[in-house]
Design a protein around this ligand. Structure first.
Ligand SMILES: Cc1cc2nc3c(=O)[nH]c(=O)nc-3n(C[C@H](O)[C@H](O)[C@H](O)COP(=O)(O)OP(=O)(O)OC[C@H]3O[C@@H](n4cnc5c(N)ncnc54)[C@H](O)[C@@H]3O)c2cc1C
Length: 419
């Protein structure tokens, strides 16, 4: 206990001396942020409001926010329009408590307000999603980078971070194949393992320093299905709108997409699990409703053709019924109706983490203090998807990252305040 108090006193004294040094010498606090995703950019935006910070953002890519740009390919869903208390319930992995504190500092309304201040409009779409209006994700990121550049934030690309060394009065940062640099404060906003081919040397480097990092695991991930080749020729990339997916006792309505390797979309992200799942291709109709529609067959069409016409089946549904059902099921009304309501799909296993929307795992909250600063390294902060939390799709992911970025900036200002 005494040892612990002594450690804390030493750290506090160091920080005090350091803050006094800054006040006396009037120099700027050199902050390095690694990662130009939403977490890093928001941390920079908040710090850049104070001219006492000299901020440089480093990224391994040649351009900023690559994942945000990928995320925006089908419309950039930046937040949820749910009530704040319902938003918090979506954060998993024991993170609910942390997010309560974080959202108290930077809420959904703060985030949406920030977007509007950049001159970018939003709208509320289906399922209470808040989306960027009339702009590509590239343009949105462009506004953000311009704002930061105008405020004096510097960017350095093609720098791959591998490790850091806490030298007491500064932090030394190591990049692959480049000279090391020094800064006063280091903010890590490195993201998770989804949608990247890069190496994660930093994980081992931090583990070697005693930081607890549960393994990254795919989350919000599609599932593999062994589709017949003929089905893929017709239906790869096509959406199955308004279906319901049943896995065990769980049922989720929504949209799925047939992909080369399986199925993507919120229902499978939410309840996907190895084994047989069932699609209801007409969730708003009962079996009897469907039978009634297929009763009259004056043109003597095959049951399959009749169903295509009378039920207005989309191309993806047609392809599923045509290529995946046995001739017996396809050519009898009773068999077809049953399969339309309960279409079996074998979910072989989750798709690779490289195809996942997000991941669970990452730096444990137990290794961080309440400022999201590494307990063992009082000049190093962590934020965003690299931390061990998880949330479903629907805007909760980006919201969580930007709120953590802004929260860390607030904590830095409180700790390293300069009058
Ligand atoms: C296809 C797809 C769709 C998505 N759709 C949505 C959505 O609609 N809504 C939503 O809320 N979320 C969505 N997400 C998730 C969202 O994009 C992420 O949660 C978010 O981008 C994470 O932000 P971050 O700042 O923590 O990390 P990232 O955005 O991953 O940024 C981390 C940055 O750090 C850099 N970096 C990493 N390691 C190093 C290193 N060693 N050295 C230097 N730089 C490094 C990376 O290059 C990257 O630029 C989607 C994700 C994907 C893949």
């Amino acid at each position: 206990m005494l040892g612990e108090r002594t450690d804390k006193t030493v750290v506090f004294t160091e920080l005090l001396i350091y803050t006094l040094d800054i006040i006396m010498n009037g120099h700027q606090i050199k902050v390095v942020i690694i990662g130009s995703g939403p977490a890093g950019l928001m941390c920079a935006a908040r710090l850049a409001e104070n001219t006492k910070y000299h901020i440089t953002i480093y990224d391994q890519h040649a351009c900023p926010s690559r994942k945000l740009i990928i995320a925006g390919k089908t419309g950039l869903n930046v937040a949820s329009a749910l009530h704040q208390r319902d938003i918090i319930k979506n954060y998993r992995g024991g993170a609910t408590h942390h997010f309560k504190q974080i959202f108290d500092q930077f809420s959904r309304d703060d985030w949406v307000g920030f977007i509007h201040q950049m001159g970018v409009k939003t709208f509320v779409g289906a399922s209470k999603k808040i989306l960027i209006k009339d702009q590509t994700a590239e343009a949105f990121v462009g506004h953000w980078i311009r704002l930061l550049t105008e405020k004096g934030v510097c960017f350095k690309f093609k720098h791959h971070f591998i490790d850091f060394l806490d030298e007491g009065s500064a932090v030394k940062i190591f990049f692959k194949g480049r000279d090391a640099i020094k800064c006063d404060l280091l903010c890590l906003a490195l993201g998770g393992k989804s949608y990247t081919d890069h190496h994660f040397e930093w994980v081992e480097a931090l583990k070697d320093k005693g930081i607890v990092i549960p393994e990254f695991k795919a989350s919000n991930v599609g599932y593999q299905v062994l589709w017949p080749g003929d089905l893929l020729k017709e239906a790869e990339g096509l959406p199955l709108k308004n279906i319901s997916l049943t896995v065990g006792a769980d049922v989720r309505k929504g949209e799925l997409v047939i992909t080369r390797y399986g199925l993507e979309g919120p229902p499978v992200y939410a309840i996907g699990s190895r084994g047989t799942a069932y699609l209801d291709l007409k969730p708003d109709m009962t079996e009897q409703d469907i039978r009634n529609r297929l009763k009259e067959n004056l043109k003597k069409l095959s049951p399959y053709r009749l169903a295509v016409r009378r039920l207005n089946l989309c191309a993806a549904r047609q392809a599923l019924l045509y290529h995946c059902l046995s001739g017996t099921d396809r050519e009898s009304v009773a068999g077809l109706v049953k399969k339309i309501k309960k279409f079996p799909v074998t979910l072989v296993g989750p798709a690779d983490i490289k195809r996942a929307i997000s991941c669970a795992g990452g730096v444990s909250f137990d290794s961080l203090d309440e400022s999201l600063c590494l307990k063992a390294f009082p000049r190093v902060f962590c934020m965003g998807e690299m931390l061990d939390w998880d949330a479903p799709t629907g805007g909760f992911l980006i919201q969580g990252c930007v709120s953590q970025g802004a929260y860390v900036a607030g904590k830095i200002e409180a700790r390293f305040s300069v009058p």
